[in-house]
Ligand binder design. Structure first.
Ligand SMILES: Cc1cc2nc3c(=O)[nH]c(=O)nc-3n(C[C@H](O)[C@H](O)[C@H](O)COP(=O)(O)OP(=O)(O)OC[C@H]3O[C@@H](n4cnc5c(N)ncnc54)[C@H](O)[C@@H]3O)c2cc1C
Length: 437
């Protein structure tokens, strides 16, 4: 049977013109969908890639960003687009509608409600509205408080960094850490304030969190853990950040990096089941007929254990967009989405890669010496390996992925990883710690 014969014609509407949405449009066409594809995006910009926004985009080559500031007001820096406009519109025949916001969904009549009161009918719908930066809980009238999720956010932060001597970042998550690294590398004094005692402990555990923290302190970024920001002060603009331990940090710019929230507000009365994201079955189908979800907001059954999973990573959004589209348009049996999650993050000159799901109640094991900038942390569930975090080991990742996919016995995984990355001390000295999930 040809791919075309296996697909259902009709109107596919995709809400959210970013990574998951663009990958959904492309996969639907490549899988032989001959009907209309409409891609709706709230932002005015062509779909762009977000990872560079916390890294190279914030600065210009090795110069301090200030050197480029006047130019940038007239010609703001361009992002990396996910797909050229003519490829999207002409080659894939996608009806791309930018600057259009979905405000609701009528799942009985199968219509999407738009900000201008229009109703857009669909046969199949993919929800890919991603996530939004979590806001700081109190308001301040002072200027200088930034978030980083969108291109507009990144342009504003970039312009602010050009005038910044002291940057305070609230939250030692991946985005806060990447911005701290970029700023420190460009001579800005960056301080990260984190409420937890160990950065990223909730995401990667105590062992890995402690080892990752070393990367900051070695590079000259100040890390203040176990304290909270209580207030901002200044005249018109933030000049000081006040902490719960009584200390006061000088600040020209503050970045709030306290996580992201799934963009599901517009679905509240739609009847689509929500659960800290959009609740999906293993096929990425939602509770509403013909409606699928993909990307940062999709919550799906954990492929390897009890419970559900929602991933806020580039690879997951790309894979899920394509997967949801294929299941949405096919008349053949749908396929389950059962990923081995993958995420990377770049801090200073270090590449951090995480493969698998590191959430576990069992001890994780550190192999290698964090002070050398090259180490691995392995995670287990019962007697097999479930995840690995590797720093500066691009060649090890394929092997680790194989071990995790095959659910290799823990002892084998440990032996094989130790040969990849010999510990500075004998294996008996390798540190193990358990962590709360
Ligand atoms: C600064 C930054 C750096 C990152 N770095 C990395 C990295 O190094 N490694 C990694 O693995 N991941 C990284 N990520 C995560 C990765 O970029 C995301 O997982 C990915 O962008 C998610 O794609 P998405 O399509 O699900 O959602 P999003 O990219 O959030 O896109 C959702 C889109 O939907 C639109 N939208 C929202 N509501 C509506 C509505 N009602 N109507 C119409 N449109 C709407 C939004 O405007 C947005 O364009 C980073 C993210 C950020 C923000």
């Amino acid at each position: 049977m040809s791919a075309h014969a296996a697909t259902e014609p009709g109107r596919l509407v995709i809400v959210g013109a970013s990574l998951a949405g663009v990958r959904a449009a492309r996969a639907a066409r490549h899988a032989g969908h001959t009907g209309t594809i409409i891609l709706i995006g709230a932002e005015e910009h062509l779909p762009y890639d977000r990872p560079p926004l916390s890294k190279t985009f914030l600065t210009h080559s090795s110069d301090h960003p200030a050197a480029h500031e006047p130019d940038e007001q007239a010609h703001p820096p361009a992002p990396a687009v996910l797909m050229a406009e003519d490829e999207l519109r002409d080659d894939l025949g996608v009806d791309l509608r930018l600057g259009v916001t979905a405000t609701g969904l009528d799942t009985d009549s199968r219509e999407l409600l738009l900000h201008d009161q229009q109703r857009l009918p669909y046969d199949r719908l993919i929800i890919a509205t991603g996530a939004t930066a979590r806001r700081w809980p109190t308001t301040t009238h002072l200027a200088g408080l930034h978030y980083l999720r969108t291109l507009d956010d990144a342009r504003a932060l970039r312009a602010a960094l050009a005038r910044t001597t002291n940057l305070v970042i609230i939250g030692a998550g991946f985005i806060g850490s990447e911005v701290a690294a970029t700023a420190t590398q460009h001579g800005i004094h960056a301080t990260i304030v984190e409420t937890q005692d160990t950065p990223l402990a909730h995401a990667v555990g105590q062992t890995a969190g402690t080892a990752l923290a070393r990367l900051h302190t070695q590079a000259g970024t100040t890390l203040k853990c176990g304290v909270q920001v209580t207030d901002f002060s200044g005249t018109g603009h933030i000049e000081q950040v006040h902490l719960s331990d009584g200390s006061v940090l000088p600040a020209d710019t503050v970045l709030v990096g306290i996580g992201a929230v799934p963009t599901t507000g517009w679905l509240t009365d739609s009847g689509v089941a929500l659960d800290d994201g959009v609740a999906c079955d293993p096929y990425l189908a939602t509770s509403a007929p013909g409606v699928y979800a993909a990307g940062d907001l999709a919550r799906f059954p954990h492929p390897r254990r009890e419970g559900t999973l929602r991933l806020e990573h580039w690879t997951a959004a790309a894979e899920q967009g394509a997967h949801a589209a294929r299941n949405a348009i096919t008349t053949a049996a749908p396929t389950r989405y059962e990923p081995v999650p993958y995420v990377w993050s770049d801090w200073y000159s270090h590449r951090i890669q995480i493969i698998g799901d590191p959430h576990t109640d069992q001890p994780s094991t550190l192999i290698g010496d964090p002070d050398t900038g090259q180490f691995t942390v392995l995670y287990r569930h019962n007697n097999h390996i479930t995840a690995a975090l590797a720093v500066n080991q691009p060649r090890a990742i394929a092997k680790l992925r194989r071990l995790i996919t095959q659910k290799a016995p823990w002892a084998d995984a440990l032996t094989q990883t130790t040969t990849l990355n010999p510990p500075a001390t004998p294996p008996a000295g390798s540190r193990t710690e358990s962590r709360a999930t």
